[in-house]
Write a protein that binds this ligand. Structure first.
Ligand SMILES: [Zn+2]
Length: 376
C-alpha cells in the first residue's frame, strides 16, 4: 500500500465529529501494529463511539519524537462538492476528499513513513497520538491531558501535522466559548406590559459584547506572530422567540473569543461579566457561563524539533496558526508541539478539499527523515 492508498482508505470512513469513529480508531491502531508499534485504543469516557489511539515503540529514554493528528473531520452538508467527499478522487495531481488536507493526509503519510523504517531498532522512543473530536473543541486531547498517556516516555518533540503548507508554526490562540442566557417573561403580544421582552434585553447584551470586542482590539499581543495581533471576540449565534404574537421569554447567545498564550482563560469572560452586571435589569434572568475551553499553544523558539524541521520547511520563518489545535492539551502532557504538515488550511473545511499528491509524498519523506533523526 502506498500513501495514496492509505489515504484513500482513511477518507472512505466517514469520521465527521458527530458520528461514531471507533471503527476508524481500530483501523488506525491496526495499521500502527502493522508497521511495528504497540497500539492502544483509549475509549473516551462519557462519549460512546469515540476513542483516541496511542501507539509506541522504542526504549524508555530521553528524546525521541511524538507525531500527532486528529482522526475526525468536519461535516460536508450544504457544501457544493463536485466529488463524493468520502471517496478519495485523484484529479490534476491532487487528491480530493474530506480530510485529505485536515488531516488524514498526514496520518496516511506518517503510517507510510514508519513502514520504511525498522522501528524495532530505534534507540529513542517514538509515540503516536491520534485523537478524536478535535474539530468540536479538542475533546479527545483534553481527555488525554486529564488521564495521561499511561506508562511510557512522552517525547517532548511533538509534530502536529495540521495543514500548514509545510510552514512551521509554534503558537496559536486558544478558544473560549461563552453562553449567555437572557430570561424575560412571556405575554400575549397584545399586552406587552404584562411581559418582559428577552430579545430587547438581549440587544443590550450584544452591545456589551461589541464594547468588549472593541476594547480587546486596542490591546496588542504577539505582534510578530499573530495576525491580527489581538484577541478577537465573535458573537456567533443567537436564538430566541417562539411566535410572532408572543413576547419572547428567553434568548440564548453564544459567543467565542481567542485568548492568547499567557492570558487567563477567564480574563475576557470576567470583563464581560462586569459589563453585564451593569446593564439595567427589568427582570431577574441573565446568566453567563463558559461552556468550552480549548487551550492556546506557545512553544519556545529554537527547540530541537524546530531545527530538524527547518531543513524541510517551505519558509525560513516560524509563525503562528490562526486556528486552534490539540497542541494546547498536548503541552499539558509535557510536550512542546510544533504545527507543520501537508496541504493548506485554506481548503480545509471547504467543498472539494484536497491535498496535492506531491505534498503527500513529501510528507512521507519528511516524517521518515524526522524519525530517523530524532529516534536513531
Ligand atoms: Zn485539523
Amino acid at each position: 500500500m502506498d500513501a495514496l492508498a492509505e489515504l484513500t482508505r482513511l477518507v472512505s470512513v466517514d469520521s465527521v465529529s458527530s458520528r461514531p469513529m471507533v471503527d476508524l480508531a481500530a483501523h488506525v491502531a491496526q495499521r500502527c501494529e502493522d508497521v511495528g508499534l504497540r497500539a492502544s485504543i483509549l475509549p473516551m469516557p462519557g462519549h460512546s463511539g469515540k476513542a483516541n489511539v496511542i501507539a509506541r515503540v522504542g526504549p524508555d529514554r530521553p528524546g525521541g519524537l511524538t507525531l500527532s493528528g486528529h482522526l475526525d473531520v468536519v461535516p460536508t452538508e450544504g457544501q457544493p462538492w463536485t466529488t463524493d467527499p468520502f471517496t478519495a478522487t485523484v484529479r490534476d495531481g491532487r487528491v480530493y476528499g474530506r480530510g485529505t488536507a485536515d488531516m488524514k493526509g498526514f496520518v496516511a503519510a506518517s503510517l507510510q513513513a514508519l513502514g520504511r523504517v525498522d522501528v524495532a531498532r530505534l534507540s529513542r522512543p517514538l509515540l503516536l497520538v491520534w485523537t478524536c473530536d478535535e474539530e468540536v473543541g479538542c475533546l479527545g486531547s483534553a481527555a488525554l491531558a486529564a488521564s495521561g498517556l499511561g506508562d511510557g516516555p512522552v517525547p517532548s518533540a511533538c509534530l502536529i501535522g495540521e495543514p500548514t503548507d509545510f510552514r512551521i508554526l509554534r503558537m496559536h490562540p486558544g478558544h473560549v466559548a461563552v453562553r449567555v442566557v437572557v430570561r424575560g417573561r412571556a405575554a400575549h403580544s397584545s399586552k406587552p406590559h404584562l411581559g418582559v421582552n428577552a430579545i430587547e434585553a438581549a440587544a443590550a447584551v450584544v452591545e456589551a459584547c461589541r464594547d468588549v470586542a472593541a476594547e480587546l482590539a486596542q490591546e496588542v499581543h504577539f505582534p510578530d506572530l499573530l495576525d491580527p495581533p489581538f484577541v478577537p471576540l465573535n458573537v456567533a449565534r443567537i436564538h430566541g422567540g417562539s411566535a410572532i404574537n408572543i413576547v419572547p421569554d428567553e434568548v440564548t447567545i453564544d459567543l467565542g473569543y481567542r485568548p492568547v498564550p499567557g492570558m487567563a482563560v477567564a480574563d475576557v469572560f470576567d470583563r464581560l461579566q462586569r459589563r453585564l452586571e451593569r446593564l439595567p435589569r427589568p427582570h431577574t434572568g441573565l446568566h453567563a457561563e463558559i461552556s468550552r475551553v480549548t487551550p492556546s499553544l506557545l512553544t519556545p523558539a529554537g527547540t530541537p524539533l524546530e531545527r530538524m524541521l527547518r531543513a524541510h520547511a517551505a519558509r525560513p520563518d516560524v509563525g503562528a496558526a490562526t486556528f486552534a489545535t490539540d497542541g494546547g492539551n498536548l503541552e499539558k502532557l509535557g510536550m512542546a508541539p510544533l504545527v507543520f504538515g501537508p496541504g493548506s488550511i485554506d481548503v480545509a473545511h471547504q467543498a472539494d478539499e484536497y491535498v496535492a499528491i506531491d505534498a503527500l509524498h513529501r510528507a512521507v519523506d519528511v516524517v521518515e527523515a524526522l524519525v530517523r533523526e530524532a529516534c536513531a
